[in-house]
Design a protein around this ligand. Structure first.
Ligand code: EPU
Length: 420
């Protein structure tokens, strides 16, 4: 097993490059299943465990998958299986996108229920509602979702909750349906737009992604294409927060500053200087920052995926900060780990009340989930003494080369293997 060992206290300086967006890549790779001719060549793919997992799943279905540096080339004309039932499928959340993609192309699929971070109940009722409205029969039995349809027919669907996964999944299913599908109360996250752009590059007819209403005009077939994934908003936000927490000046390259506005606004409110420069952002911070209040919300609100990294910074901000986690009901598991380092935090349901302390001190802590892991790394970077972050397989699912990136900025961090 591996752990990260961090000696805190170094300011960060220099520049780092952000990789392609995990939550776009994990949808775009399964979406390549929709190509009944040609090959999908997808660039700016992050080198993370969740991507490796999807590559293995696609191979298990019969796709030919070749990989290069940040590149995945998929030939899905050779698919010979619509049953996704391997351990990899059960391990990750995004395997639910196999349902929408296989249903659209083959009119049936059997996919084991997805896993992912333990941050809440994570129902998929809105995905099922969408597939059903398009004409599919959906059955969930023994932890497996089976869908089938004679044909899929476009319709109007109003989602009960704003869901990234349901928006993308039903959009996938609607691409090859007969007629027009209108999706309302949809998620507007940058990765939803990226998946729509990818599908349009394959020949789909999707308009409105990024707004309140998405309109999909069904087409007869989709083909392979070349595409480059957008930069990762959450990875960028994590490094912005780390730079703010450690002090110093860091240039974060390969970002879309517009996607980072809700994060920039909160850091500026804390006293951080943020300079936008085309496709990079400079974060400058010195001295103690001020506590703030945040409420996580669907895009363009403050992203839940950045809540945990930000909470690490708030532990040492001046005064009281209040976090209202409105998306996931169990996204405060990292708080007990932060407390082991001296943080003063009370959790009441979906609210965390943080009273800033002068310093955190190093401790042995766990990454309880992916973004919790990033939070613990940031806490280690600002703490006095040595912090060991265990269970970093969670971090490896979503952050490429995290220790190398922080090392390049001057942090004292290393990966160490150990036996439990
Ligand atoms: N929800 C339902 N029914 C559904 C679907 C969702 O009630 O059918 C609820 C959820 O319980 C939650 C809210 O709607 O309260 C939003 O869930 P959403 O469907 O948007 O989440 P997701 O698609 O499962 C993706 C990301 C998450 C990110 C959320 C919110 C992927 C693979 N995962 O999850 O990313 O937190 O959107 O932005 O795209 C992460 O990267 O660390 C991560 C957890």
């Amino acid at each position: 097993m591996n752990k990260l060992v961090i000696n805190g206290g170094n300011p960060l300086s220099g520049s780092i490059e952000i990789n392609g967006a995990k939550n776009a890549a994990v949808a775009i790779l399964p979406a390549s299943i929709l190509a009944s001719s040609g090959i999908c060549s997808i660039d700016n793919i992050p080198d993370i465990e969740d991507v490796h997992c999807i590559e293995k799943i696609l191979k298990s279905l019969g796709c030919k998958v070749k990989t290069g540096k940040n590149l995945v080339v998929i030939d899905s004309t050779t698919i010979n299986k619509i049953d996704a039932d391997t351990d990899d499928v059960r391990k990750m959340r995004a395997s639910y996108y196999l349902i929408g993609a296989l249903l659209a192309r083959f009119k049936k699929a059997r996919v084991e229920l997805p896993g992912g971070c333990p941050i809440g109940v994570r129902p998929i009722d809105q995905h099922i509602k969408g597939f059903g409205a398009l004409g599919a029969k959906v059955e969930i039995k023994h932890g497996c979702v089976s869908v089938s349809a004679e044909k899929l027919v476009g319709t109007s669907i109003f989602f009960d909750v704003v869901s990234v996964g349901a928006t993308i999944n039903v959009m996938l299913a609607a691409t090859l349906a007969e007629g027009i599908t209108t999706l309302e109360n949809v998620a507007k996250e940058p990765h939803v737009v990226d998946v729509a752009n990818f599908l349009n590059s394959m020949g789909a007819n999707i308009k409105g992604a990024g707004t309140e209403i998405i309109r999909v005009v069904g087409v007869k077939e989709l083909k392979g294409c070349s595409y480059s994934v957008i930069p990762d908003q959450i990875e960028a936000g994590t490094y912005m927060i780390a730079a703010a927490a450690c002090g110093g000046e860091v240039i974060i390259e390969n970002v879309i500053p517009k996607h980072l506005e809700s994060i920039s606004a909160k850091l500026i409110e804390m006293g951080v200087e943020i300079i936008e420069n085309g496709d990079s952002i400079t974060v400058k911070s010195k001295g103690r920052l001020k506590g703030i209040n945040i409420k996580t919300q669907p895009y363009p609100g403050f992203p839940t995926d950045v809540q945990q990294p930000l909470s690490a910074l708030l532990t040492v901000a001046e005064g009281r900060s209040i976090i209202n986690e409105s998306i996931w009901e169990s996204r405060f598991k990292h708080i007990d780990e932060l407390k082991k380092m001296g943080a003063n935090i009370k959790v009441e349901g979906r609210i965390a009340i943080i009273d800033g302390v002068d310093k955190l001190s190093g401790a042995i802590v766990k990454a309880t989930d992916l973004r919790a892991g990033a939070a613990m790394v940031i806490a280690g970077l600002i703490a006095d003494g040595t912090t060991e972050v265990l269970s970093i397989d969670h971090i490896d699912r979503g952050y490429p080369n995290i220790e190398d990136k922080f090392k390049a900025l001057g942090a004292n961090i290393k990966r160490v293997s150990y036996v439990e």
